[in-house]
Structure formats: structure tokens, C-alpha cells
Design a protein around this ligand. Structure first.
Ligand SMILES: Cc1ncc(COP(=O)(O)O)c(C=O)c1O
Length: 383
């Protein structure tokens, strides 16, 4: 007997990366050496101090019981202190902070909390697919795409935004384009949100992965009627730990908390304690050494790849944030990606991030420079 999935689930296209992962598995089975620039999952390990804290905490039985779905108050306090130190933003850890199971969970559950069937959710295109699918569609909302265009530096064009949205997702430093937001842009979109009553969900997952002196702001520096999502995944190479946070206005946080209280029972306490240790690294001037080291590694890779790609004739700009390169190719992005897969190089076709991503590909800088050089050689052979 086959059980039929719910209509809202049927509307969701297959997860882009799942499809690519299956193709990569098939290639590996053929014995092909794969150089994977596909998924944005850091290859660099979590800093030792954080791993050691985790080991210490996991051994303590006090951390073996349920946490709370909103996160331990100590963790929320650590986030609030970090917001003050990092962004100069004062938030109430009781009412304006929630710990999430990775920022992905928060991005999905904020829709469950605020989207009614048929509500319009404005989603950038290209974008992290979860906004439209796990977010809008699973809540029976209607994702309406707003293009991110190169002539606009891949910023949302605030003057052309529809005003009938209940919510908008905005993400800078941006996946997949690597674009960063100016302070003027953030000010303008916060004003627009206030005027139109649209809930602004700001995804700041890459706030700490920036280069060449660029420091990413928090949207909460420009207004408090938004919700901002952040993550330990990229900053501290903790993707597998599943811990993130949301910070913002009391009503938005309390809606998210209410949904979460029915869905999860909190990030394990030992993970939260390791995360507190990670945030404590910021008790210094500037970025902590481990984050600085990460960014230096990505910058070296970025520069090596950009130089090599330019030699191959591609128009590619070094991004100021994220660990992604985003550049146009002269054919359909899927065709281009398949061609590279034949020589064991995995890149993500831009069309997987939305129709405005067609004609582009994304490279995640999650391989060492030696492998980048090897990939460039293979690319030269096939292109
Ligand atoms: C833009 C963006 N937001 C959120 C996430 C989710 O990160 P996590 O759930 O690991 O915090 C990702 C992951 O790749 C991302 O690229």
C-alpha cells in the first residue's frame, strides 16, 4: 500500500543537494576521484577549545536531560552579550532571544508561526532554497520571487518590492551570490518593513565570514521590528552540531518559541555549553584568532580560485563575504555542472537557487588550495 503525502509536501521539489549528492555517489562508485565544491559545509574542523568543552560537558550527567525548546537561559544570555559586544545591540535574553536547532530550523518555524495558508512570502531569487520550500510552502504560504540582479549588486530592489507580502527573507552576506549589504540598504529595507508591515526575516548566517576589512552589520542596528537568524555552523565550523539562534522583536520571538515548544525539546545542553565557550572567544579586540584563521584560509582559496578561473576566461569577482564564488557561464548551469562532474569536479548549478540563478554556478570554497589547483587543471581539460 502506498500512502499519499500531504498536498503541501507534494508541492516541494526534490532537495537540490540531494539530487547532486546522488550523482556524486554514482561517480564515486565508478571510482572517480571527486573534488566537491557543492555543499557549503566547512572542511575545517571545529576549534580544539570548543571540542574540548563539548567533551567535558557531555561527560557531566547534568547535561544529559532535556533542555528547553527556547534554549537554556545561560545560552541566551551569552547570545545577548555577544550582540552587545559584536553589534552594539542591546537585547533581552528572556524575551528577544531563542536558541534554534541550526538556523535552518528557525527559518522554517518562523513561517509556521506567522504564515497563514495563502499568505505571500517574498523570497529572493537566487536564494537558499529553504526560504521558499521548508519555509513558505510547508506553511502553505505562497512564495513570490524577488530577483537579485547583478546590476543591483545582487541586493533586493526595495523600490520594486510587492507590498502584499506578510514576510520577506533577506540574506547578506548572501548565499549564493556572495554579495554584502551596505548600511544604507539595511536602513532602507527596515524602513520599508515598517511602512508596509512586512515581517523582515534577516538571515545573517555568514556574518563572521568576511574579507578585506568588511565587517557585516546586524539588521537590528537599524530597527528592532525584525527577526535575525544566526548560526554557529559557519563561524566555528560547527555545521554538524545543529545550533543557531534568532534575535529580534518580542512578538516574533515569542511566536517562534510557541511553535518550537510543540516541535522540539531543545538543542542538547552539552552542545549549548560548547556554543557558549565558542562565543566567549569573542571577548577580545576584533575577531577571535580561530575565526580570523578561518577567514584567512577562505580568502587564500578565494584568491587562488578567482585567479585560476579568470585565466580560464570566466568573469568572476572575489566576494567580500561568505565562502562562495558566484559567476556566469555561457551555457545552462546544469549542463555546465554536468560537464565538470564528468571530470570529478562538483559545483552547484545556479538554477537550483531559483530561475534568476540560471546561467550562473556556485562554488563553495570548502577544499584546500591544492585541490582547487587540481580542479582548475581538470576544468581546463574539459572546457
Ligand atoms: C543562507 C543560509 N542560511 C542558513 C543556513 C543554515 O545553516 P544552519 O542550519 O547550519 O545554521 C545556511 C546553510 O548553508 C545558509 O546558507
Amino acid at each position: 500500500m502506498r500512502h499519499e503525502a500531504a498536498e503541501r509536501v507534494k508541492k516541494i521539489p526534490p532537495y537540490l543537494f540531494a539530487d547532486i549528492e546522488a550523482k556524486v555517489r554514482a561517480k564515486k562508485a565508478e571510482g572517480i576521484d571527486i573534488i566537491d565544491f557543492g555543499i557549503g559545509d566547512p572542511d575545517i574542523p571545529t576549534p580544539d577549545e570548543i571540542v574540548e568543552e563539548l567533551i567535558k560537558q557531555v561527560k557531566d550527567p547534568i547535561n544529559h536531560q532535556y533542555s528547553t525548546s527556547a534554549g537554556e537561559i545561560e545560552t541566551r544570555r551569552a547570545i545577548a552579550e555577544w550582540y552587545m559586544r559584536r553589534f552594539g545591540v542591546d537585547v533581552d535574553p528572556e524575551k528577544e532571544v531563542v536558541i534554534t536547532m541550526g538556523s535552518k530550523e528557525g527559518l522554517v518555524n518562523i513561517c509556521r508561526a506567522f504564515i497563514n495558508p495563502g499568505d505571500v512570502v517574498l523570497v529572493p531569487d537566487p536564494a537558499y532554497p529553504v526560504y521558499a520550500q521548508g519555509g513558505a510552502l510547508l506553511s502553505e504560504g505562497i512564495p513570490v520571487r524577488v530577483p537579485l540582479l547583478p546590476e543591483n549588486n545582487f541586493l533586493v530592489d526595495v523600490d520594486r518590492l510587492p507590498e502584499n507580502g506578510k514576510m520577506i527573507f533577506v540574506n547578506y552576506p548572501n548565499n549564493p551570490t556572495g554579495a554584502v549589504a551596505s548600511r544604507e540598504f539595511l536602513k532602507k529595507i527596515v524602513e520599508w518593513g515598517k511602512e508596509t508591515g512586512t515581517i523582515i526575516c534577516y538571515d545573517n548566517a555568514y556574518s563572521e565570514i568576511t574579507f578585506d576589512g568588511y565587517i557585516a552589520p546586524s539588521i537590528l542596528e537599524f530597527g528592532r521590528e525584525c527577526i535575525e537568524f544566526g548560526s554557529f555552523s559557519k563561524t566555528f565550523n560547527m555545521t554538524g552540531y545543529r545550533i543557531g539562534y534568532a534575535v529580534g522583536s518580542e512578538d516574533l520571538i515569542s511566536g517562534l518559541k510557541k511553535v518550537k515548544s510543540q516541535v522540539d525539546s531543545g538543542v542538547p545542553k552539552f552542545i549549548q555549553k560548547a556554543a557558549i565557550k565558542a562565543l566567549k572567544e569573542y571577548e577580545c579586540i576584533g575577531r577571535p584568532a580561530s575565526v580570523e584563521r578561518n577567514c584567512e584560509i577562505y580568502k587564500g582559496r578565494r584568491d587562488a580560485f578567482v585567479t585560476g578561473l579568470r585565466k580560464l576566461g570566466f568573469r568572476v569577482e572575489p566576494p567580500l563575504g561568505t565562502f562562495y564564488l558566484w559567476f556566469p557561464v555561457e551555457e545552462k548551469s546544469m549542463e555546465f555542472s554536468k560537464k565538470l562532474l564528468d571530470v570529478g569536479v562538483v559545483v552547484t548549478p545556479g538554477v537550483g537557487f531559483g530561475e534568476y540563478g540560471e546561467g550562473y554556478v556556485r562554488i563553495a570554497l570548502t577544499q584546500p588550495v591544492s585541490r582547487i589547483r587540481e580542479a582548475l587543471e581538470r576544468m581546463e581539460r574539459v572546457l
